[in-house]
Ligand binder design. Structure first.
Ligand code: GLU
Ligand code: MG
Length: 445
């Protein structure tokens, strides 16, 4: 357990008193399980200093929960025994603008002896970020959040894709989403109508990998709370209508050293440095296995169809929205802007597993001195030779299970639990019609 020194304990008490004075009564402590569901325990604000020192109890069996709340088992994790301590990260304690009386903090999980829990997804993300730092690389990341809203089962804002008509129809709602995010200190880059019926998107400033995953949780829960206050049902699942464009959870990343963006001003392809090239080549190579992390639900494979900007081909390209890896150089006078976007991931993914696993794959490429193939121009669906990414969860799971790189990075308990959850969800939905899979998952995340 992170033993708090007397200064930190004092700070925790002060922080709790400050929030109490602001009218906060309860703090939701969240973590995201291997099925991609954000689970919560809450404590009264006065218990926060205690929670920060001793943690709050929760069973390890949640690591093998499925999207429908049924439970599978794995070699290291499963069964009714044992307990873990959820320890809030008070550095992220945020008053929730759309849930009066409530604040939020993400947790790290420790065992009862106070040792870091081997299968904690957030500690995994931190370990991988630290590994990158040990290579002299600071990774910056940001998730895009796409979601669909329904009112009594219907699209509440009929209007064209990306249409101003949609923004007008729900302008009060979108204003509240924006205001709540800004009040919580979130640096919003864009908020806009997306392609599918009732679909919107928010993107936020990049931050460190753990911070980016925390933000993904905070952004989603804020959208959820505002939606419910407006009588809207938010759907974050990968597939809403099985035959249409789904919800992506694209991840942007850039690599930095001493304040310099390694995705630009180098000798590599499209002006990136050799290190960036190797890192991105590692990610591109590992994408079939990474899909079991970033596209983790049977519903993910309903979304992963060509011509939906979901990036289903294992290739990369300059601003190519049909490539799984889209490279963005940015303007010559805007050195911060160069970055890469992984498009094939969706919002069922645990963002901590995503950030950690992507860094592990990137570092694999770096160690191997990997190089990128030629960038893909045009729609890869129309040119031969670009491999399709896995088209089903069992196919992705096969690649994941064979990945020594991800097994080593995640460690056996976490690796085994993820594989067990993927296998069990594949079996759960086996033989079900596409729309039945979408219906069973779209409102769960
Ligand atoms: N909704 C698309 C997806 O499933 C992404 C659209 C876009 O490029 O923003 O990933
Ligand atoms: Mg989008």
């Amino acid at each position: 357990m992170p033993v708090l020194d007397s200064d930190q304990s004092q700070q925790a008490r002060q922080e709790a008193a400050r929030l109490m004075a602001e009218g906060v009564h309860g703090v939701a402590l969240t973590w995201v399980d291997n099925a991609g569901i954000t689970r919560a325990k809450a404590v009264p604000i006065g218990r926060v200093p205690h929670a920060a020192t001793r943690g709050v109890g929760m069973s390890p069996v949640f690591d093998v929960f499925l999207v429908d709340d049924s439970i599978t088992t794995s070699r290291h994790i499963g069964g009714p025994d044992g307990d873990l301590r959820l320890v809030p990260d008070l550095g992220r304690l945020t008053v929730l603008a759309a849930q009066p009386g409530w604040a939020w903090a993400p947790v790290d999980r420790y065992d009862q002896q106070g040792r870091p829990y081997a299968a904690c997804q957030r500690l995994f993300a931190r370990r991988m970020a630290e590994r990158a730092v040990a290579h002299g690389i600071e990774v910056r990341m940001g998730f895009e959040t796409e979601w669909v809203v329904l009112r009594e089962g219907e699209d509440p804002c009929a209007g064209p894709a990306y249409g101003m008509a949609r923004l007008a129809a729900l302008s009060g709602y979108l204003d509240d989403v924006l205001q709540a995010l800004v009040a919580q200190g979130v640096d919003v880059l864009q908020i806009h109508p997306e392609y599918a019926a009732g679909q919107f998107e928010v993107s936020v400033e990049p931050s460190d990998p753990v911070g980016a995953a925390d933000l993904a949780v905070l952004v989603r829960e804020t959208i959820r709370a505002v939606s419910l206050r407006h009588g809207l049902t938010p759907l974050f699942g990968p597939a809403v209508l099985a035959e249409s464009v789904g919800n992506g959870g694209h991840l942007h990343l850039s690599l930095w050293r001493d304040g310099r963006n390694l995705c630009r001003a180098g000798e590599g392809p499209l002006g990136m440095t050799a290190e960036s090239e190797a890192f991105l080549a590692g990610i591109l190579d590992a994408l079939p296995a990474l899909l079991a992390i970033g596209a983790p639900s049977p519903a993910s494979y309903l979304r992963l169809e060509p011509s939906r900007w979901a990036g289903v081909f294992q290739c990369w390209g300059l601003e190519n929205r049909e490539a799984a890896l889209r490279f963005i150089t940015g303007a010559p006078d805007d050195p911060e802007a160069a970055n890469a976007e992984i498009k094939c991931f969706d919002a069922a993914a645990n963002p901590y597993l995503v950030t950690g696993a992507v860094i592990a794959a990137g570092l694999g490429g770096l160690s191997a001195g990997a190089t990128l193939p030629e960038p893909t121009r045009g729609d890869p669906a129309l040119t031969n030779g670009q491999p399709r990414l896995p088209q089903s969860l069992p196919e992705a799971l096969e690649h994941f299970s064979a990945s020594g790189l991800l097994r080593e990075a995640l460690g056996e308990p976490l690796f085994g639990a993820i594989a067990a959850v993927r296998r069990a969800e594949s079996e759960l939905f086996d033989g079900r019609a596409p729309q039945a899979i979408a219906d069973a998952t779209r409102g769960r995340y």
